[in-house]
Design a protein around this ligand. Structure first.
Ligand code: SF4
Length: 358
C-alpha cells in the first residue's frame, strides 16, 4: 500500500497521464501570465477563464501595458467574469509593479506578492511555485477539498483551526522537485476528480491513503459552514434611457456591487419617475415612451436582486447631462466595463417582454 509520504509523487504521476497541459497560461509560464491567470481563476473555472485570459493578454501583453491601461478598458475586458474587485486590484497591483525595476518587476517570494492588492497566501504561493519553481504551497478551494477529505480534517474549511491544519498538510505535501507541475496537478485533481459532488474515487491516485474514502465519508468532507441566515432579497429599479442609438450610463461607486463599472442608472423603487428622470438630466417633454419590462432575478453570493427594468426612450438627447463625470451617453458596443446585468439591460428587449405603462 502506498504511504502518505509519496502523496506528491502519486499526484504528479497521475497528472503526467491525465492533467491539463494545454492551458494558455502554461505556455509560456511567465510571472505576469501566471499571476493574471491565478487572479482570474479565483472563484471562476478554468474553462471559463481561457477566453478572457487570451483577450486580456492580447490587449495587455506585459505588466507595463496593463499598468498604463485605462481602468475602463480593463473592466471592459473583465465584463462578464464577475467579482470586479479582482480587476481593479489587478490594475492597481500592475501600477505598483511597474514602479519597480523594469528588468525585474516581479517579487520572487510569497511575502512580496502578498503586499500587492488582491493577493492572498494561496494566490501568492501559486504564482511563486509556477512562475519561479520555488517551493511554495497553495490552498485554493479545490486543494482544500482534496486535503480535507484525504485527511478527514474536521471543522468548516473557513474556520481558523481547519485552515491551520489544511495549510500544514498543504506544506507537508508540497514537493521540492517539480513544484510548478505539482501546483497545477493538485488543482486539477480537485477540479476534475475530487469534485465537490460525486468524486471519482476510482480514478484518484491517492485513493488508498484517503481517510474519507476508507470510511465512505467523502460527502461529509469538507465540513460545511454553519447555516447562514436566509438569503435576503432586494428589488431595485434600473432606467435604460435611450436617444437614437445612444444609452445613458452611470458610473457606479468604486466600492460596492459592480464597483467602478458602467450601468444603466439604478434608483429606488419608490422614487417617483417624474422626479428621477429630471435628476438624470432628462427633460420630461422629450420622453417619447416609457415601458416596464418583466423583472428578472440575479443571484449574488449572499443575496438575490430583483432587477426591475424601466425603458425610457427620448425624442432627442438632453442639452446637458447633469451629474457631470458619473453619467455619459454611450453606444451599446463602446469599450466600457459593464456587468452581465448591464449588458442584458441595454440589449434591446423583445417587445413581448414589455408592458407599456402610462
Ligand atoms: Fe477525493 Fe476520493 Fe481521492 Fe479521497 S479518494 S481524495 S475523496 S477523489
Amino acid at each position: 500500500m502506498a504511504t502518505d509520504d509519496d502523496f506528491a509523487r502519486r499526484v504528479l504521476a497521475w497528472w503526467d497521464r491525465h492533467g491539463r497541459k494545454d492551458l494558455p497560461w502554461q505556455h509560456p509560464r511567465t510571472p505576469y501570465r501566471v499571476w493574471v491567470s491565478e487572479v482570474m481563476l479565483q472563484q471562476t473555472r478554468a474553462g471559463t477563464v481561457v477566453a478572457y485570459f487570451e483577450r486580456f493578454m492580447a490587449a495587455f501583453p506585459t505588466v507595463h501595458d496593463l499598468a498604463n491601461a485605462d481602468l475602463d478598458h480593463v473592466l471592459h475586458l473583465w465584463s462578464g467574469l464577475g467579482y470586479y474587485a479582482r480587476a481593479r486590484n489587478l490594475h492597481e497591483a500592475a501600477r505598483r509593479l511597474a514602479e519597480r525595476p523594469a528588468t525585474d518587476p516581479f517579487p520572487r517570494d510569497v511575502a512580496g506578492w502578498m503586499e500587492l492588492p488582491g493577493i492572498g497566501r494561496s494566490t501568492a504561493g501559486a504564482v511563486v511555485a509556477q512562475a519561479f519553481g520555488e517551493r511554495a504551497s497553495i490552498l485554493d478551494a479545490n486543494v482544500r477539498r482534496v486535503l480535507a477529505r484525504h485527511h478527514k480534517v474536521a471543522g468548516a474549511s473557513s474556520s481558523s483551526h481547519a485552515q491551520r491544519t489544511l495549510w500544514c498538510w498543504a506544506e507537508q505535501h508540497t514537493p521540492v522537485q517539480r513544484v510548478a507541475d505539482y501546483t497545477q496537478a493538485i488543482m486539477d485533481l480537485g477540479a476534475t476528480v475530487c469534485r465537490s459532488t460525486k468524486p471519482m474515487c476510482d480514478a484518484c491516485p491517492v485513493q488508498d491513503t484517503c481517510a474519507a474514502h476508507a470510511t465512505g465519508e467523502e460527502a461529509q468532507f469538507p465540513h460545511r459552514s454553519p447555516r447562514k441566515s436566509a438569503r435576503r432579497l432586494e428589488r431595485r429599479r434600473f432606467f435604460v434611457i435611450t436617444a437614437g442609438d445612444l444609452v445613458l450610463l452611470e458610473k457606479r461607486p468604486a466600492n460596492g456591487v459592480w464597483g467602478g463599472l458602467w450601468s444603466p442608472p439604478e434608483r429606488r423603487e419608490d422614487e417617483p419617475l417624474d422626479e428621477c428622470l429630471p435628476r438624470l438630466g432628462v427633460e420630461l417633454a422629450t420622453v417619447a415612451e416609457t415601458t416596464h419590462a418583466a423583472p428578472f432575478r440575479h443571484g449574488f453570493s449572499h443575496y438575490d436582486l430583483d432587477v426591475l427594468p424601466v425603458y425610457v426612450h427620448l425624442t432627442r438627447l438632453p442639452a446637458e447631462v447633469r451629474d457631470g463625470v458619473s453619467l455619459r451617453w454611450a453606444r451599446r458596443d463602446d469599450a466600457l466595463g459593464l456587468s452581465a446585468v448591464a449588458v442584458k439591460l441595454i440589449t434591446p428587449p423583445q417587445r413581448s417582454l414589455l408592458e407599456t405603462n402610462p
